[in-house]
Design a protein around this ligand. Structure first.
Ligand code: DX5
Ligand code: ZN
Length: 217
């Protein structure tokens, strides 16, 4: 098994010390920086938007992995690309024309991600799987950090891995929500490539060694 790609979520960072926390991530074994954008419509919470993404980009030395939990994400793709996004994930449940939106993300030079809610069956993205660089599989209901991991995620990862292999796709599987050192090994075993971790990293006493621990799974 390859070591996982680790993408700490800044949703759990100290927003009054964002530069400090981004520099900590620069200095850690984190591979990407996960940025959660919430609009209060697609999800029942508002996080932050484009200016904060730009501010993070000024200090970040790692790729920005932007997770759009917003309605009509196609309206804001270019803005997030300009704000420094390397990967842009849109929600399956928020896109009427997912295939087109994926092309638009790729035309901007970004990796195209699709996030799926816990209730969304992985089979629903099979027809576009070869167009998707990354599936952000939600292992909590999106909207808040610090929630408990939903156990049927393991089975969904196995099903998605099968779909990826059957279609000869190179899609990465990312797990987002409630990830910690207890569930990470089983997630990797099931076929996950990328782990997002917010509160597990930022609420720990030594975030850098917590990241190192996840990386060495
Ligand atoms: C949830 C977000 C997650 C969140 C993860 O809506 O998409 O990225 O920040 O936070 P934890 O790791 O605390 O569940
Ligand atoms: Zn996220």
């Amino acid at each position: 098994m390859n070591s996982p790609i680790i993408a700490p979520s800044v949703l759990a960072a100290d927003f009054a010390n964002l530069q400090r926390d981004i520099e900590m991530l620069n200095d850690s074994q984190a591979d990407w920086i996960h940025i959660d954008i919430m609009d209060g419509r697609f999800v029942p919470n508002i996080s932050f938007g484009i200016p904060v993404c730009e501010a993070i980009n000024k200090h970040a030395k790692k790729p920005l992995d932007v997770h759009l939990m917003i309605v009509e994400p196609e309206k804001y793709l270019e803005a997030f690309q300009n704000a420094g996004a390397s990967t842009i994930s849109v929600h399956y449940e928020a896109c009427n024309h997912l295939h087109r939106t994926l092309q638009e993300i790729k035309e901007l030079g970004c990796n195209a991600g699709v996030a799926i809610n816990p209730h969304t069956n992985v089979a629903l993205i099979e027809d576009v799987i070869t167009e998707i660089d990354l599936v952000c599989m939600m292992s909590v209901n999106p909207g808040f950090g610090g929630q408990s991991f939903i156990e049927n995620t393991y089975e969904k990862v196995r099903q998605l891995r099968e779909i990826i292999e059957e279609n000869d796709a190179s899609t990465l599987i990312q797990i987002d929500g409630g990830v910690n050192a207890d569930n990470a090994p089983d997630l990797i075993e099931a076929g996950a490539d990328v782990l997002v971790a917010g509160s597990f990293v930022f609420n720990s006493t030594d975030p850098k060694s917590t990241i190192e621990g996840l990386k060495s799974i």
